[in-house]
Design a binder for this molecule. Structure first.
Ligand code: DAH
Length: 338
């Protein structure tokens, strides 16, 4: 009988030790104290049983219980002191700093979305350098030096004599890809472009484009129309009319500009579309045979289409933003909405 009670005391001590190890605050410590040292604790219950034992056993159990009580009290005091020290050093009840979780920039989001749509059509994604040579930015794109079309793009030169510049469009990536891979190929290339433009509501000296290129045997203008129509439908998630108008780019023949019915006024005419009902959103065309010759593709065997779209313009239309500068002024009130 007494042996069982002594065993109980030992078990109690073990349990108390294990539990107090895990305690990190005064509230939990108080619960521990009530459980092991409080009025209704097992220890107290055992104390109250003492008179039931024979005199000699009373002494043994009494001593055992007193030692246990002393150990528990010491454990309690020591732990209390330790926790109080920590709590004094760090005010644990102080509300934490609210960490603002950032979100992706709207331009990054729109690029991701564009990439996803073309990915579904099997287009791979490649990137090219922002610092380019005039060979890739112009010459290889059928725009040799002194070609009047170089004036279309107001260029930032880093070292004019060496022909080092900030790319004015993502088209040089077409050349880099075709130099490296043989047809068939199907890629898009998003990235930053730079032009010596004023910073106003519709121009920014830094902006983004997504370039597209598909080369294979028998690629026709209808493939270009099909791919871009699919893209527009997926991107704006509504029915829009598409218009291809003849245009000029040195690296495509024929060249076209693609317009869509104004997504702001649904083609009725508003200030965004200049009351025409249509918005021009990208340049495109069939890759010029000269471009193929430059990269070593046989233009009699392969044909292809290419396009380049302005990301800011697409983003502005999608979200109804009327000033491109919002994307670059880092105004939290604007950025937090995306
Ligand atoms: N690079 C042209 C620009 O920035 C856009 C463009 C037009 C890209 C026709 C193309 C293309 O790939 O085929 O104005």
């Amino acid at each position: 009988m007494i042996e069982n009670n002594i065993k109980d005391v030992e078990n109690l001590l073990n349990e108390a030790r294990v539990e107090i190890e895990k305690i990190k605050n005064l509230k939990d410590l108080e619960e521990w104290r009530i459980k092991f040292l409080g009025r209704k604790s097992l220890l107290n219950e055992l104390f109250s049983k003492i008179p039931n034992f024979e005199i000699s056993d009373r002494k043994i159990l009494g001593t055992k219980l007193n030692i246990a009580k002393k150990i528990l009290n010491e454990l309690y005091e020591k732990t209390k002191e330790k926790i109080e020290k920590i709590e004094k050093k760090y005010n644990l009840s102080f509300p934490g700093k609210i960490v603002k979780i950032g979100n992706l920039h709207p331009i990054t989001k729109v690029i991701d979305e564009i990439v996803q749509i073309f990915y579904k059509l099997g287009f791979g994604v490649v990137e090219g350098p922002e610092i380019e040579t005039d060979y890739y930015n112009f010459t290889a794109l059928n725009t040799p030096e002194e070609h009047p079309a170089r004036d279309i793009w107001d260029t930032f030169y880093l070292k004019k004599e060496e022909g080092i510049l900030l790319r004015t469009h993502t088209s040089p990536v077409q050349i880099r890809v075709m130099e490296k891979y043989s047809p068939p190929l199907k890629i898009i290339s998003p990235g930053k472009c730079f032009r010596r433009d004023a910073f106003d509501s519709s121009h920014s000296p830094v902006f983004h484009q997504v370039e597209g290129l598909m080369v294979d045997r028998n690629i026709k203008f209808t493939h270009l129309k099909g791919v871009l129509s699919y893209f527009i439908k997926e991107f704006f998630k509504k029915e829009v009319k598409i218009l291809f108008l003849p245009s000029y780019f040195p690296f495509t023949e024929p060249s076209a500009e693609m317009s869509i019915s104004c997504v702001i006024c649904d083609g009725k005419g508003c200030s965004t579309c200049g009351y025409t009902g249509f918005l021009e959103i990208l340049g495109c065309g069939m890759v010029h045979p000269n471009v193929f010759r430059i990269v070593g593709y046989d233009p009699d065997v392969f044909t292809g289409f290419a396009f380049g779209m302005g990301v800011e313009r697409l983003a502005m239309l999608k979200y109804g933003i009327d000033d491109i500068r919002y994307f670059y002024l880092n105004d939290m009130k604007f950025l937090e909405q995306f």
